[in-house]
Design a protein around this ligand. Structure first.
Ligand SMILES: N[C@@H](CCC(=O)N[C@@H](CS)C(=O)NCC(=O)O)C(=O)O
Length: 219
């Protein structure tokens, strides 16, 4: 484990999660900068690695894992050190951490933002999945409604979702908030200073560079 970490995929709000966790944990890795909707996830070489034909994918020796939230959880569980930790200690705090991770992935990403992307025309995939302004509007409203729970959590003055400790739940949430802003969906008041804090982290800055395509090659 850890002899050679290889991360496939750049350019999306899902791929940056894995780059960010690697940088937070200060792990050396090799980046294979393939892009979505470029044909690069469909090549025989990549399909042999990941039959789901999606990015990101982390290869750790003989072990391979996809799904951005699972990748960052895997990295934090296996590579946290006393200096670099991305997961809280103790059963109940770990359960709470998982709850936040699932909440952000299920309610903010998959049910809301990704639905907007699938059926939207602005930066969207309506040409593939069908245009539906009503669905986009409803998904945006649902996002705002679910964001109330984040607002309540952040309004008690805590620095990160779990309190003082930065965890992978913050990585996933930050990418969703950024994605929402890009889509013109308003975010809650407490989220703006929160985003400033998370994005000011040096590991985020490095990950953003690592995740950036050299030339714009995807929509
Ligand atoms: N739930 C997955 C979603 C991964 C996903 O849908 N990735 C897209 C890019 S964001 C992809 O690889 N699509 C295939 C392609 O465009 O070739 C995750 O969080 O990792």
């Amino acid at each position: 484990m850890g002899e050679q970490l290889v991360l496939w995929g750049i350019g999306t709000s899902r791929t940056i999660r894995a780059h960010w966790a690697l940088h937070e944990l200060d792990l050396p890795y090799e980046s294979r900068p393939i892009l979505p909707r470029s044909g690069e996830t469909k090549t025989p070489e990549y399909t042999a690695l990941n039959a789901r034909q999606k990015i990101p994918l982390l290869v750790d020796g003989d072990f391979r894992i996809g799904e951005s939230a699972a990748i960052v959880a895997y990295l934090s569980q296996n590579y946290s050190t006393p200096e670099h930790v991305l997961i809280p200690e103790g059963k109940s705090l770990q359960a709470r951490w998982l709850e936040w991770c699932f909440f952000v992935v299920a309610e903010l990403d998959s049910t809301s933002l990704y639905v907007m992307r699938r059926h939207g025309t602005i930066n969207g995939l309506a040409h593939i999945y069908g245009e539906s302004p009503a669905v986009v509007t409803k998904a945006g409203e649902y996002f705002r409604d679910q964001l109330r729970h984040v607002d309540v959590a952040l309004s008690d003055g805590r620095t990160y979702l779990m309190g003082d400790q930065f965890t992978t739940a913050d990585i996933i949430l930050t990418t969703c908030l950024t994605w929402a802003i890009d889509y013109g969906v308003g975010i809650c008041d407490s989220a703006m200073p929160y985003l400033e804090r998370t994005k000011a982290r040096p590991a985020y800055q490095r990950a953003a560079l690592a995740n950036k395509p050299k030339a714009l090659a995807c929509s």
